[in-house]
Design a binder for this molecule. Structure first.
Ligand SMILES: C[S@@+](CC[C@H](N)C(=O)[O-])C[C@H]1O[C@@H](n2cnc3c(N)ncnc32)[C@H](O)[C@@H]1O
Length: 320
């Protein structure tokens, strides 16, 4: 048995956003807006969030980095039935997609803007929220300060962000990696993260930093929890969840060996302080893990709990 972990591009649910700006000329995250985003949450955990944060009392909602509305749709069912949603998105293509998606739903407006340079609004919001946005932002504290300014006193900040450094390192001893190979893999992803940040693409482990940043941005009553969804993988890999997240078995086998582009990983890793030898060792371990994942799927021996560090932070704008 081995843990599919985060070795291959498709297997890392929350890490699949990293390259979109630098690698392709498509709009940000284009290749990642797939149906699996609708399966990131257990419905009863969302109910718990609603209860915990009294989301049903939120009537004016502002979402940062809305993409094509995956988080919006879920929130819509949790906030006040007559809630209005203002969706901030930088990519004109996604604005058009949002307008199409919500054209028959009054009260949802898409605004083309950069969250690092927010426009002003007529009235403050009850809720400012985002999902997998801050991991792409260089100056997260600035965006959090903007959120605070736009909230009413006592208004809720609700942010959902991963720690993809942890998510990428979920190989178990069953993966067949030696301790040295696992160390090389860890060094590769560690350097990759540092290099990515240096290149100005944000921090994929942003969840770890958020408590400090949220408090520094002036919020109070900080609470946090963890999305309780696990992305199970077990033979014969044909449950609805597995099929939606990983595709058919044939697709999953192909995707298992679909690694991040080597030149991109090289660039980030060297920017992050890894030398050429360290990179080659890490890359070899990555390839081996990917191959074992693919082989494990073919043989029907791969099994994984699919842990995902995906955190929910709630905090309140101060009253004074
Ligand atoms: C990973 S996607 C998340 C989309 C959506 N929140 C979801 O969970 O499906 C990140 C989104 O943030 C947008 N984005 C990235 N940087 C932004 C910025 N500085 N201002 C506004 N939107 C931004 C991207 O265009 C992309 O649609």
């Amino acid at each position: 048995m081995l843990n599919a972990g985060a070795s291959a591009r498709r297997d890392n649910q929350f890490g699949r956003d990293a390259y979109s700006m630098s690698e392709t000329r498509q709009p940000h995250s284009a290749e990642h807006f797939t149906n699996d985003r609708d399966h990131w949450w257990n419905a009863d955990y969302l109910d718990l969030l609603q209860q915990r944060y009294a989301l049903q009392t939120c009537r004016r909602v502002l979402e940062f980095g809305a993409g094509i509305g995956h988080w919006t749709v879920l929130l819509r069912g949790l906030c006040a039935p007559d809630a209005t949603f203002t969706l901030i998105e930088r990519e004109p293509e996604w604005i058009a997609a949002l307008e199409r998606r919500f054209s028959d739903q009054p009260g949802i407006a898409a605004v083309c803007a950069d969250v690092t340079d927010m426009p002003t609004f007529d009235a403050p919001f009850d809720l400012v929220t985002c999902q997998t946005l801050l991991m792409h932002i260089a100056d997260v504290e600035e965006v959090l300060r903007a959120a605070r300014r736009l909230l009413r006193p006592g208004g809720l900040l609700l942010v959902v962000e991963p720690n993809n450094l942890a998510n990428r390192l979920q190989a178990t001893p069953d993966s067949g990696l030696t301790p040295e190979e696992f160390g090389a893999l860890a060094a590769l992803w560690w350097a990759w993260e540092i290099g990515r940040t240096k290149r100005g693409f944000g921090r994929e482990w942003i969840a770890e930093e958020l408590p400090r940043l949220i408090v520094r941005a002036g919020f109070t009553n900080l609470t946090a929890s963890q999305n309780d969804k696990l992305f199970l993988r077990y033979p014969p890999y044909d449950t609805l969840d597995q099929t939606v997240v990983h595709g058919s078995l044939t697709e999953a086998i192909a995707a298992a060996t679909e690694l991040e582009p080597r030149t991109q990983v090289w660039d980030y890793c060297l920017a992050g302080g890894l030398d050429a030898l360290g990179f080659e060792r890490g890359w070899a371990a990555l390839e081996m893990l990917a191959r074992r994942t693919s082989d494990g799927l073919c043989a029907g021996s791969l099994s994984s709990a699919g842990l995902a560090n995906f955190c929910v932070f709630g905090a309140r704008a101060p009253f004074s």
